[in-house]
Design a protein around this ligand. Structure first.
Ligand code: FMN
Length: 369
């Protein structure tokens, strides 16, 4: 990324991140005219849940929690953007420092704790993006969660309150039950808690669709990499049984195996992302696809290159997302992955990105899904 990386790496990680989001927003009109960022090619277009994605490489949740720079992410070549995690009201998150770079591992550790300015403010910003026509150009995922102080029993109220405000702007909705930085959140992955939550969100989704005459939004569940195989199976079965539409695998990990960075960094509390998450993320993806080949999965965790993305698609993922690679590979990462996918498709005689998926997984999906 040329001169950009040393400049950004000289700042503390959270300041650099805020600067990158601000720059993406401000520079969007210039970026949109700069050749080399956006890759527009019909071979990369994917339709999942009847939503048209211009390419399969999305910006993962937590990078633009606020929906502050949608036009910028589109200009940088992302095929979709997931905003959030958004809570019903504003929340400061954990005290700083709460984001750490581990360059020796191409990784980050964060314990942000859902810092965001709440559903009403986010909804206003997304309404402006919609008025600007951006939400027609780039599908928007809306990732929702609960406040730090909300108990598990009352969590459903937070998820539905956030959904209530943000539903109109969502191409798909994500229930985040897997951040390690909100007390009790990951316990919501347990079957009975998740069943109640999913039911409530799906019911509100159906009501909104009826009231507005629009299509219900696809509802996805984002899961942790630290689940046992049996837990993954139970979640997948539940999502399928109660009428959920997909899985995002996966969030950051609390594991710290095999890192090269010094203990002062690896010992930081929080979720680890980036290169070391690639293996665990792949394992969860494989497990989900084996259990429910018809259920669309967005794969995220340690994707840095076109070959990484290819590997996920070949294992059955419908779409992929990146977060940490944007820090280490720079703003051209989405374009580079998309261009690399096209080059490899040409080399291997693959006519369309959907054909990277194995045939049995493709055949399992209902028509038009
Ligand atoms: C600083 C930071 C903040 C994040 N915030 C969220 C969040 O609010 N909600 C969420 O679902 N995931 C969040 N994530 C997780 C990412 O969306 C992604 O699942 C994870 O980082 C793995 O992808 P990566 O290896 O490409 O970074 C965050 C990740 C980082 C590094």
């Amino acid at each position: 990324m040329g001169a950009l990386r040393p400049a950004l790496f000289s700042l503390d990680p959270e300041t650099a991140h805020a600067a990158a989001v601000r720059a993406a927003g401000l520079a969007a009109p210039v970026l949109a005219r700069t050749p080399g960022f956006r890759v527009s090619d019909p071979r990369l277009r994917e339709t999942v849940w009847a939503v048209d994605f211009p390419n399969p490489v999305g910006l993962a949740a937590g990078y633009d929690k606020w929906g502050a720079a949608i036009a910028g992410w589109h200009a940088l070549g992302f095929g979709f953007v997931e905003v959030g995690t958004v809570t019903p009201g504003p929340q400061e998150g954990n005290p700083a420092p709460r984001l750490f770079r581990l360059p020796d591992d191409d990784a980050l550790i964060n314990r942000m704790g859902f810092n965001n300015d709440g559903a009403p403010a986010t909804a206003n910003r997304l309404a402006a993006a919609a008025r600007g026509g951006w939400l027609r150009r780039v599908p928007l995922g809306v990732n929702i969660g609960k406040h730090k102080t909300t108990t598990a029993e009352l969590a459903v109220r937070d998820y539905t309150a956030a959904l209530d405000r943000l539903w109109p702007y969502a191409s798909y909705v994500v229930m985040n039950v897997s951040s390690p930085n909100t007390p009790g959140l990951r316990e919501l992955q347990g079957a009975s808690a998740l069943a109640g939550l999913l039911d409530a969100v799906i019911e509100m989704n159906r009501d909104k669709a009826v009231m507005t005459g629009q299509r219900p939004r696809p509802v996805l569940v984002k899961i942790a990499p630290d689940l046992t195989s049996e837990q993954v199976d139970a979640i997948v079965d539940l999502v399928r049984d109660v009428g959920g539409d997909g899985i995002i695998a996966c969030n950051t990990t609390v594991a710290r195996a095999g890192l090269r960075s010094p203990a002062s960094l690896t010992g930081q509390e929080g979720g680890l992302s980036g290169r070391p998450l690639a293996g665990p993320s792949m394992d969860v993806l494989r497990r989900v696809v084996a259990r429910a080949p018809e259920l669309p999965v967005i794969s995220v965790g340690g994707i840095f290159s076109a070959d990484d993305a290819w590997e996920r698609l070949a294992a059955g993922a419908r779409l992929v997302q990146v977060w940490t690679a944007l820090v280490y590979e720079g703003p051209r990462v989405a374009a580079r992955i998309n261009r690399g996918l096209l080059e490899r498709m040409e080399r291997e005689g693959v006519a369309h990105v959907s054909e990277i998926r194995p045939r049995d997984v493709r055949d399992a999906a209902p028509p038009g899904a």
